[in-house]
Design a protein around this ligand. Sequence first.
Ligand code: RIB
Ligand code: CA
Length: 316
Amino acid sequence: MRSQDTPRKIIIDADPGQDDAVAILLALASQEIQVLGVTTVAGNVQLALTEKNARKICELAGKTETKVFAGASCPLVRPLVTAEEWHGEAGLGGPTLPEPLMPLQKLHAVDFIVQALMNEDPGTVSLCLLGPLTNMALALIREPLISSRIDQIVLMGGGFFTGGNVTPAAEFNIYVDPHAADIVFRSGVPIVVMPLDATNKVLTTRERVAAFRRLGTKVGTATADMLELFERSDTGRRFGEGGPLHDPCVIAYLIKPELFAGREVNVSIETVSDLTMGMTVADWWSVTDRPKNAIVISEADADGVFALLVERLERL
Ligand code: RIB
Ligand code: CA
């Protein structure tokens, strides 16, 4: 087991995307965390862009030794759905970041996840999943033994009492690959779900975005440029001022779990109905005997999350 003062080893699986990018920056800036690797998946944009964007962000952070891997280019069963309207054609709308010079690892992301979990001591590696769950599901299929070796999965996904953001019923990450999500939630791995119920409370208001710009650093300016896009998007109008900053909440939870609150319940995934495909169904009042397979976060201290982000990103 991991002792309190040793860094927590994590693998970040992401589909950068601006909010994924800020989450990766937060992880790379935090001494409590050791990033074993960043694996990428198709989601916000195609895989060829998400893997390149992950390398751009690692270079922006000055962490070019970070290992970046490409994974699944499409969901397990359904056709890929992307989100250029939110993230821009190349997936990192806002700043102009140079083409990456650091290499993409040759190993497939799924093989890296399996190898890392089989090589590291059991219970010492956490998975931070920020995109569709295709790579995680494929790793569990490839080597079921990893399910007992994972410390915990902390994932951004789902919408319970706040509805969905891509259909009335479903949040994007789960909607894109509901079959992968079903495999992950049935795996028996301890799961913390960071859903829209929590992340919709963490809004990129003008003052919060300005705090990044005031850092006067490459990272601060690029972060402000990325997050201003949320302000200009229809998402911003949906919430009055600013858009929800989803993925960094996953990393913030690892660093300061006291910023969040939730409840352990059963979460099941809709994989049949066209009307509710990808819906995350929580047995909030234990009206069934379904196993409690996840802690669902419902509360977030937005000011605390942004204070942590500014304090850590200033270090890069
Ligand atoms: O629904 C929000 C999630 O979908 C975030 O992870 C965002 O990056 C997209 O992947
Ligand atoms: Ca994401």
